[in-house]
Ligand binder design. Structure first.
Ligand SMILES: Cc1ncc(COP(=O)(O)O)c(C=O)c1O
Length: 381
């Protein structure tokens, strides 16, 4: 195929190496821990270090996001914590986004603090806010865009430039966009991380994480954090992820088209106060998103115009949307971050009371809209 390969072609064929594997159209699963060396020198020894199935996956992921290299991990959190601990040393300081996935703040506040790392949380990550909070020992800017729950969009090119001007690494969790809709390394970021548990896996049957970045940095991440902690992906999950990537582009096109319809439906609904979805023209992050993203995935949130009790009732009335904390799978899911009784935590993350998050799955968009419509009608009835 002609270079550069298009995303769907990368997903379908890159790295599959048919000649090496007897023409198998689906590359075999190397479900083994040990590679013996007596007969041949092939470069493999132990799956915690490397494995041919895992390498095929890493090759596809790096190419998809225009990254020199990719390393996969046991989960998104394993990928995030490995990256942060590779970059931070005792006495260092991090600037982190408040509305990023909450367990990352928990990691910074507990584990990293134990090793003498300081953290300051920024609400909007504007250049003014960065300037006010920078310290001579700031070594990492950590953020998401769009962020968790409220999908705040940040000016990524400016943030990466500012990080480099003070010698800090720019790190982003790019899970929401997938490598198809946002390529942070092209925007100046040093590391882009995904929970592969979400859209990359897409079938709610695996846990995984990915870090994309420079070849030298990722070689060190593999040999040190991933290998020492044993946070590697198991080969079967890697094989399932290769399967999932074959349909990534068509799945995302469907998630995106259905999400646009659902968001418009919610925006026009008289019982909905506000919708958070950067794909909507009315969203406050839309103009910025258009300068750095090429598409919008299927995760959004909204605040019904009712009290918490009625909102709880609405969520329980949903028939097609299952209730649960994950997202990015084939199935539609609802979650209620805004009904959390820990008000301090809601305030810290900028989550409005009553916020309902939905992951728009691959069901028919009409079915999803009908389900939301009947549940919103049931809200105060
Ligand atoms: C934005 C984001 N990043 C990272 C993670 C963590 O991923 P994992 O569950 O694969 O560890 C999640 C999980 O929900 C998430 O929503």
């Amino acid at each position: 195929m002609k270079e550069p390969l298009r995303p769907a072609d990368i997903c379908a064929h890159l790295g599959d190496d048919y000649d090496r594997y007897l023409g198998a159209i689906v590359p075999p699963l190397f479900q083994n821990s040990l590679f013996t060396r007596k007969r041949e020198s092939h470069g493999y020894s132990y799956t915690r270090i490397n494995n041919p199935t895992i390498e095929i996956l890493e090759k596809k992921l790096a190419a998809l996001e225009h990254a020199p290299a990719a390393r996969v991990f046991a989960s998104g959190m394993a990928a995030i914590t490995a990256t942060l601990s590779s970059l931070l040393h005792s006495g260092d300081h991090v600037l982190a986004l408040r509305s990023a996935y909450y367990p990352v703040s928990a990691f910074l506040n507990t584990e990293m603090k134990k090793y003498g790392v300081e953290v300051t949380y920024l609400e909007h990550f504007t250049l003014e806010e960065i300037e006010k909070n920078l310290q001579p020992n700031t070594k990492v800017f950590y953020l998401e865009s769009p962020s968790s729950n409220i999908f705040r969009v940040l000016p990524l090119r400016d943030i990466a430039k500012r990080a480099h001007a003070c010698g800090a690494a720019a790190v982003i969790d790019n899970t929401w966009s997938t490598p198809l809709y946002q390529k942070p390394l092209d925007l100046g970021f040093d590391y882009s991380i995904h929970s592969a548990t979400k859209y990359l896996g897409g079938h709610s049957d695996i846990l995984g994480g990915v870090v994309l970045g420079g070849a030298e940095q990722l070689e060190s991440l593999r040999n040190n954090q991933r290998s020492c902690w044993g946070a590697c992906m198991d080969p079967f999950s890697a094989w399932l992820l290769i399967r999932s990537l074959r349909t990534l582009e068509v799945r995302m096109a469907r998630h995106s088209a259905s999400a646009a319809r659902v968001a418009q439906f919610l925006e026009q609904h008289p019982r909905v106060r506000k919708v958070y979805y950067p794909g909507l023209k009315s969203d406050e992050g839309h103009a910025q998103a258009e300068t750095q993203m090429t598409g919008y995935s299927g995760l959004m949130s909204f605040v019904p115009d009712e009290d918490n009790e009625a909102i709880f009732k609405m969520v329980k009335s949903l028939d097609v949307f299952e209730e649960g904390p994950s997202w990015g799978g084939f199935e539609s899911v609802v979650n209620t971050p805004g009904l959390n009784s820990n008000l301090e935590m809601l305030q810290f993350e900028g989550i409005p009371q009553g916020l309902v998050r939905i992951s728009v799955g691959l069901e028919d968009a009409d079915t999803l809209i009908e389900d939301l419509d009947q549940a919103l009608s049931a809200m105060s009835g």
